[in-house]
Design a protein around this ligand. Structure first.
Ligand code: SF4
Length: 341
């Protein structure tokens, strides 16, 4: 195994939830202080979306579970609880890596029954989070999709995607490839507080520029917009301006949802850093996961003219949130709508 020499601690006893996921071993390495990788052998790589999800794609691939990008508002947090890990710090630091995902995918794509429907990456956790630099799962996935004639999309906050740009350009010659970058916050201090594991906003704008220069029509997800913190006209105007200047083809913006375990994890941060906003958040969210319709309409009214001013408007704006797979009870469709729409 590539990491053998760097392994500080190998735990042969799988966590109970991980046993079900095909656990092989846990690895820690000095390059990723505080992070444990749980290597698993997956049985399948393609995930079928539930019927009636209302999405323009039926399939997703998630090479990892958990995300060291550690966004406080991340929707995927609750998915860690299925592994009997917690949705807070464990989600950021206990990363499940499907080391055989590319090989399994290639087998699945070779089935006669495979219809070459579009496949979305980045709908749950970020495929270009830091661990990808070591495990290098994406080149195999991109190759398998392109070789099989399968269109695909990638949504990421990870500037590591640049490593695979030549491969993506090559893939786009044979199948439709859609690329989207998530940039929700321009302010560096707020970024460090809320998305501590992600590349800086400036680095992600540079990523947009690199993708656009490589010939992709890059879509940017300004999501989530965080009430009272990033919904000011000046912030949104500056952010959309920077996105347009970087060469993005389009952008969308959506208010933050606080569903399941994410709610407590985010509100704990808010209570520590912006206690004066708690009352306003109670008004906006009540006991639910979504902002009031009034706030959502107010935000749309603020965002639409800015999108138009910066030439980032899409014909079919969609409601969405960053990195999550839909559940049937959700009122909001998935961000990847924007990629295949
Ligand atoms: S929002 Fe995306 S990038 Fe951030 S922690 Fe969740 S999956 Fe990772």
């Amino acid at each position: 195994m590539r990491w053998q020499k760097q392994t500080l601690d190998v735990d042969d006893g799988a966590l109970p939830g991980l046993e079900r996921a095909g656990f092989v071993r846990s690895v820690r390495t000095p390059d990723f202080e505080g992070v444990t990788f749980h290597e698993v052998l997956c049985k399948s790589a393609l995930n079928k979306m539930p019927q009636g999800s209302g999405l323009p794609f039926n399939w997703t691939i998630n090479p990892m579970r958990g995300c060291s990008h550690a966004c406080r508002y991340c929707f995927a947090r609750g998915s860690h609880e299925y592994l009997e890990l917690d949705a807070g710090r464990d989600f950021d630091t206990q990363i499940v890596v499907k080391t055989n995902v590319a090989a399994v995918l290639r087998r699945e794509l070779h089935r006669r029954s495979w219809r070459r429907e579009g496949v979305a990456l980045g709908t749950n956790t970020d495929p270009y989070q830091r661990a990808e630099g070591r495990y290098r799962l994406m080149p195999g996935i991109i190759g398998a999709l392109a070789d099989s004639g399968t269109p695909f999309s990638v949504l990421t906050k990870g500037t590591l995607l640049r490593r695979d740009l030549p491969l993506l350009v090559q893939a786009a010659r044979v199948v439709p490839v859609s690329l989207a970058v998530s940039i929700a916050i321009l302010d560096e201090e707020l970024h460090r507080g809320l998305e501590s594991g992600t590349p800086s906003p400036r680095a992600r704008l540079d990523l947009v520029r690199a993708l656009a220069e490589a010939g992709f029509a890059v879509h940017v997800m300004v999501a989530p917009v965080i009430p009272c913190l990033t919904d000011g006209s000046a912030h949104l105007d500056a952010l959309f301006g920077a996105i347009a200047a970087a060469g993005a083809a389009s952008a969308v913006a959506f208010p933050m949802h606080l569903r399941g375990s994410t709610r407590g994890w985010f509100l704990e941060w808010l209570a520590t850093h912006h206690p004066a906003l708690l009352r306003r958040y109670r008004q906006l969210y009540g006991r639910g996961a979504y902002v009031t319709p009034e706030y959502a309409a107010w935000l749309r009214g603020r965002v639409e003219p800015l999108l138009a001013r910066h030439g980032l408007h899409r014909e079919r704006p969609v409601e969405a949130a960053p990195h999550r797979e839909p559940d049937t009870g959700s009122r909001q469709p998935d961000p990847q709508l924007a990629l295949f729409a």
